[in-house]
Design a protein around this ligand. Structure first.
Ligand SMILES: NC(=O)c1ccc[n+]([C@@H]2O[C@H](COP(=O)([O-])OP(=O)(O)OC[C@H]3O[C@@H](n4cnc5c(N)ncnc54)[C@H](OP(=O)(O)O)[C@@H]3O)[C@@H](O)[C@H]2O)c1
Length: 266
């Protein structure tokens, strides 16, 4: 698969890494356009791909042209790319909040796919929800599926609004989970565990709890009830969390992320 990635940051690197590691693209089929010279050198030397500051390769049609810059940088990217993209080029945007219509109008190309992945793509465990304009062909949709499956699980929707919702849930989600992990580890250290032991214990606990929900398909509240035995330690801890309104704080975090995602879309 021939792949051009605009923006070689965290997500851009994960996309390049997974495409090559999982064998859907050879290194010489991948090109990254990135403004930082140090990042270009790093990506070229680590993944044996080509990297440039300029966008000249976009004249030639590739299987997917991936937009992996920050939403705020899109106007500058669009100004440079406009008039230079090959006809019927498949454009895959992972930018939070930026609507397909806007991308198509700004680039004068309308074979546009919008995806909301997450950074767990680094380990092939992302959840990616995606949608496409009518112009995107069946063959291009198949290309998108193959690409996204290298990042983890993928789900197609016809409803673009779901992507703004996913931005605040699965897109930002790893950030919230990291904060939870960090706090649990700090708590464990506070009561006397060595940090490396605490990290092992907490990571496996969160992984185990998640797999438990996944395997049983039961509501987390029901499983929480099984952990919290009468008069025990867990109910004591849960009461402390409820007193600090942790549940409400998390719900509000998701709502704040959703509002920001919609604001980025303009
Ligand atoms: N990170 C996540 O968890 C996540 C999850 C889902 C979706 N996304 C979306 O993925 C996109 C990329 O996120 P990221 O975390 O990978 O961001 P990032 O690390 O900032 O990567 C973007 C890279 O593109 C560079 N860049 C800026 N303008 C450019 C231009 N005109 N041409 C070429 N390169 C340019 C940036 O340089 P500078 O650093 O100088 O700006 C940076 O190196 C964003 O739109 C975000 O909404 C991210």
């Amino acid at each position: 698969m021939r792949l051009t990635v605009i923006g070689g940051g965290f997500m851009g690197e994960a996309i390049v890494d997974q495409a090559i590691t999982r064998g859907i693209a050879q290194p010489d089929e991948v090109h990254v356009c990135e403004i930082h010279a140090a990042r270009r050198e790093y990506l070229a030397s680590r993944y044996k791909v080509t990297a440039s500051d300029g966008y000249h390769p976009v004249h030639e049609r590739v299987d997917a042209l991936v937009l992996a810059v920050k939403p705020q940088d899109f106007p500058a990217v669009a100004a440079r790319l406009r008039h230079h993209i090959a006809p019927e080029q498949l454009i895959v945007s992972i930018m939070a909040g930026v609507r397909m219509q806007h991308i198509g109008d700004a680039l004068l190309r309308h074979h546009v796919v919008r995806v909301m992945p997450n950074l767990a793509a680094v380990v092939g465990e992302a959840f990616s929800i995606w949608t496409a304009t009518e112009e995107v062909t069946d063959e291009q949709r198949e290309t998108v599926r193959r690409l996204l499956q290298t990042w983890g699980r993928e789900m197609y929707t016809t409803d673009e609004k779901l992507l703004d919702i996913a931005t605040a849930v699965s897109g930002s989600g790893p950030g919230y989970v990291m904060l939870l992990l960090e706090a649990l580890i700090d708590g464990a250290v506070h009561i006397g565990l060595r940090r490396d032991v605490a990290t092992d214990m907490v990571v496996q606990t969160v992984l185990g709890a998640t797999r438990w929900v996944q395997a049983t398909g039961r509501h987390p509240a029901e499983l929480r009830g099984q952990v919290a035995s009468a008069g025990g330690t867990t109910v004591e801890g849960l009461l402390a969390l409820e007193r600090r309104a942790v549940r409400a704080a998390i719900i509000e975090a998701v709502i704040a992320g959703y509002e920001k995602s919609r604001a980025l879309g303009g």
